[in-house]
Design a protein around this ligand. Sequence first.
Ligand code: C2E
Ligand code: MG
Ligand code: MG
Length: 639
Amino acid sequence: MLIILKKLQQISSLFSVSSFESEPILQFRLEMFKRIIFVCIACIALFNFYFLYVGKYLTFAVLCIALVAYFACYYLAKLKSVKMGSALFLAASTGFTCFFMWRNEGLFDEAIIAFPGFLIFAVMISSFTLARWLLVFIIVNVLAIGLVNEYGIYTHPTNASDLDSAIVLSIMLIMVSASAYVAFVSIHRLLNNLSAENEKVKKSQREIFRLQNHDPLTGLPNRILAQQIFEERLKIGNREGFETSLLFIDLDNFKTINDTYGHATGDELLKAIAQRLQNSIRDTDTACRFGGDEFVVVAMHERNERFDHESALAEKLVKGLSETISIEHAQVSPTVSIGISVAPTDATSFEELYKKADLAMYAAKESGRNAYQYYSTEMQSNSARYLKIAQALRNALSNNEFELHYQSTQRLSDGKVMSAEALLRWHHPSIKDMYPDEFIPIAERSGRIQEIGAWVLSEAVKTCKSWHQNGFEDMSIAVNVSAIQFHRGNFAELVKTVLEENKLDGKYLTLELTESLLFDIKNKFSDTVSKLVKMGVKIAVDDFGTGYSNLGYLHKNDISILKIDRSFISKIHESSHDLALVESMIQMSKSLDMAIIAEGIETEESRDKLRNMACHYGQGYLWNKPMNAARFADFLKGN
Ligand code: C2E
Ligand code: MG
Ligand code: MG
């Protein structure tokens, strides 16, 4: 028997449609099928007790066969063969019902009330085709009984409504309604499951949307969503006469904060900034984060309201975002630069508008940071190369594109090489002819100078140490330092760490600062210089003579070297005025007890003239052009 059932199941799986059904539906049909068979088995068992009791043994025997058939159906259900199991169930049930109708009271037999139940079962659990065939079979059967009785071929007895009929009818009703109940419970459960599934799908769709469109750290919309929001606003704006602007917000010194306080603090700061941003904007504006320290606000305003709304907002943001934030043990004072571009005046595409806001943001940084700027067409003209360089600078350090070159400084009296100046070179794969005069100011404006300056310092000190190790123990190194390096971060601490790491005495390091920086003496600055001087580090005034005429700063004892700018040196032969200036600079250095270096000496004549004027040291192409570390080491050995 089991073998036959297994064979049947294999055959049924060949033409089964269940593989196209979703798992919950299949499960539902299976569950419902099992429950209905269970109900039927229980009811048939009840019938059997009754028929045994009243002594109807033939009926009892037929129903026993029906029971076996139902158990077989149950077994098929367990094997998950719904189609074959339900077909067997319907065949057995309809067959036995017809048998009882023919044998007993024909169309008045109680068994007939099972037919609607079988038809519903066929539709719900089996298939429409089977249900259709079943209906045809039942109608043919009913008609046949009718015809047989009509033509007197056989006349079914019709018993009066007695207790026997009532009991059979009651069990039949219990069987049909219990099956209907079971079917209802299963459908209910299925619907609940489906709606729970649906809810889960919706939830995960919402989560996917959130992840795809929001920045995970701050929860703000990301670039993708910002673009969608912008495009929607632009449409509304065009229709209703509004303008849409992008405010590109960049934290001025985020890199330093990250380096100084660590990334966890950096993340906290970004979250706090995001929160402040949200609190500062109107409901109709949207704050987004584009990654790193870049935020964008998409704002809408009436046409004539542009300067009122955006300027007020930008001012509010510049002030509000830069208030001191306490994060863990740190007190962080971030400042922001904001660039604003407006659609449709400046551009209508998001990308174009974003680029223009970015340009305006750089202009804001250029104007001294902690400020905002509207985009203007002039920014575009000289910006292409500027932007290219500013962007390339972002990865220059990590791509190892920087190199230091060294140019010697010699004592003019005997030509002895005393020190070397470290000069930065950038080998970018596509941007050609870039010298520090061009890229250093861009690095300063785009906030990259600190990391670059720190690299230069460390590399230069390391190289100086290597000269000492190779027997040139008197060699000093001069490193150019930007004003921003002094003003932001703890520069003195950085110098101390670099010297300690390389085990180099501070007296071998000279820091070259420009006059403008020295003139701009603020408390923090003098504090830093004093700390450096205490470490033995020498401070040189670079490009001396080109800056401020006020020389008050020279009274401070902190400065030990003056470097005469090469523009004077190159003209000492042709201009008596420049010669006089150089002479007075040399005199001044003597009276202030400072060493003096002439920059840009290209000829022997200039060298001799300067030596005769008692200039101590000289630097220039006469001796060497700046060269890389390996070549400079050879140069030292050759001296
Ligand atoms: P600087 O500190 O005054 O450096 C001297 C500049 O004059 C160097 O140009 C050097 O190559 C050039 N020079 C030296 N001798 C002669 C000569 O005989 N004739 C002529 N015509 N030029 C000579 P460079 O390397 O292009 O650097 C330009 C400026 O860029 C530097 O002026 C300095 O202010 C800045 N710079 C260079 N490296 C760094 C750096 O690592 N950090 C910072 N903050 N600034 C740097
Ligand atoms: Mg210099
Ligand atoms: Mg110079």
